[in-house]
Design a protein around this ligand. Structure first.
Ligand code: DGL
Length: 266
């Protein structure tokens, strides 16, 4: 029997999913989170879908062993590669995935041009093709896989002239082509959202889907009567590789001191 006091599992290749965890903690402050960053296998973006499916299955097994009542795949690349597979393999577990906000982006644009920042794995996926087909018939999507951005963020490079130059190389051609809306289609990218917004300017719209995912999680838990009625317990954090900058970056983003419980070899 699943009880409403069990935690919510959240995973990503590294620190990216923390941007979703942040929104979830804001939206659902009673919930306890068990976070898994697969830092040993980072980055997911350039890897074959089969490898990402295998990592995602191992992480899901781990999170279920921790007693999680629902799992948020807080990674667009893993959602694209593995969400259908995870739902088939664990039909009783509620999984919430993340995908580029193409639909809100298409609604928000006035110029008809939307910049999409994601990873190669996401762009090449069937799931992304289907999103384009359903929601982007009337708009033009300007795509960039932002090669190297995930690693830079994992290395703690969140601002400063080097990061600004790197982001300008991605965003300025999109701005020059007329994009007025930018979709953050990788959960790492909201870490540099202030710098992205500085470059795109105040009239552009930058969409971080994390708050929408937190609301979606709330709806799913409500439907199943799984919302925790009171503070369920302390959040826990696990990684599969070296600690690196994980604790520092996680603490900075979440606003409380994050300590990794253990390095878990998958
Ligand atoms: N954060 C992940 C995403 O949302 C992927 C990062 C990576 O390439 O590992 O797509």
């Amino acid at each position: 029997m699943t009880s409403n006091r069990q935690p919510i599992g959240i995973f990503d290749s590294g620190i990216g999913g923390l941007t979703a965890a942040y929104a979830i903690i804001q939206q659902l402050p009673n919930e306890q989170i068990v976070y898994f960053g697969d830092t040993a296998h980072l980055p997911y973006g350039p890897q074959p879908a089969a490898a990402i499916r295998a990592y995602s299955a191992k992480i899901t097994e781990f999170l279920l062993r921790q007693g999680c009542k629902a799992i948020v795949v807080a990674c667009n690349t893993a959602t694209a590669a593995a969400l259908n597979y995870l739902r088939e393999r664990w039909p009783d577990v509620p999984f919430i995935g993340m995908e580029p906000a193409v639909k809100p982006g298409a609604r928000a644009t006035l110029s008809g041009k939307v910049g999409v920042l994601a990873t190669n794995g996401t762009f090449k996926s069937q799931r992304y093709a289907s999103l384009m087909h359903r929601y982007a018939k009337e708009v033009e999507l300007l795509e960039n896989p932002c090669s190297g951005l995930v690693q830079r963020i994992e290395n703690g490079l969140l601002n400063g002239p080097e990061m600004e130059t790197f982001l300008r190389g991605i965003l300025e051609p999109m701005l020059a082509a007329g994009a007025d809306t930018f979709v953050l289609g990788c959960t790492h990218y909201p870490f540099v959202q202030p710098l992205i917004e500085k470059i795109t300017g105040p009239s552009a719209t930058v969409i971080n889907p994390a708050p929408a995912i937190a609301r979606q999680l709330q709806r799913v838990l409500e439907e199943r009567q799984l919302l925790s009625p009171e503070l369920a317990g302390a959040h826990r954090f696990y990684i599969s590789g070296e600690k690196g900058n994980f604790e520092r970056l996680a603490s900075g983003l979440l606003g409380f001191e994050v300590k990794v419980e253990a390095q878990v070899v998958l």
